[in-house]
Design a protein around this ligand. Structure first.
Ligand code: HEM
Length: 154
């Protein structure tokens, strides 16, 4: 019995000393994306620039439905709603209270090409504020999930 106890104790010691030093190297950054973006300050600064680019984009404004949408939803309102949404989706403390993506975009008749134009503008804002590549990818994956609800034609 005593020998068995000693064997278990020494096995536990060997396991603890071999696994413990490996643990930190295997750990990834578990901070929520929201925090890695710099919290609400980081999110709002990027969204502000992004919406400024979108509302000024000539290709998007050629679509008369998008252009009309700009009038019914002024830029400051869009900035507020989009910031709330990104804050919530990235793990922040906000609660998005706007309309669902399908509801707010179907009537805008958005095409694949217009989606790509939007994505390029988003990329420019992320680059401007030096959002690192890993966080950019997470954001694009997150935003990409809304595409099926937003794009309604080729
Ligand atoms: C080509 C891409 C897009 C265009 C042209 C676009 C344009 C617009 C326009 C014009 C409105 C106002 C609609 C109206 O009042 O009739 C709107 C609303 C909104 N958009 Fe987009 N959008 C695009 C993609 C996205 C994406 C990718 C997101 C977020 C992931 C987003 C989030 C929102 C939100 C949160 C609202 C406000 C919803 C509400 O009124 O409650 N949009 N968008």
């Amino acid at each position: 019995m005593k020998i068995l106890k000693m064997a278990i104790t020494s096995m536990a010691f060997v396991l603890a000393t071999t696994i413990a030093p490996m643990a930190p190297a295997q750990q990834t950054d578990t901070k929520p994306l929201y925090e890695r973006l710099g919290g609400l300050k980081g999110v709002t600064v990027v969204v502000d620039d992004f919406i400024n680019r979108l509302v000024a984009n000539k290709t998007l404004n050629k679509n008369s439905a998008i252009n009309a949408g700009r009038k019914s939803s002024p830029a400051p309102y869009l900035k507020f709603q989009v910031a709330q949404l990104i804050c919530e989706l990235s793990g922040g403390p906000c609660k998005y209270t706007g309309q669902a993506m399908k509801e707010s975009h179907t009537h805008l008749n958005i095409s694949e090409k217009e989606w790509d134009v939007m994505a390029k503008e988003f990329q420019k804002s992320l680059d401007k504020f030096k959002v690192p590549a890993a966080e950019q990818k997470e954001l694009f994956d997150m935003v990409g999930k809304t595409k099926a609800d937003i794009v309604v034609r080729k």
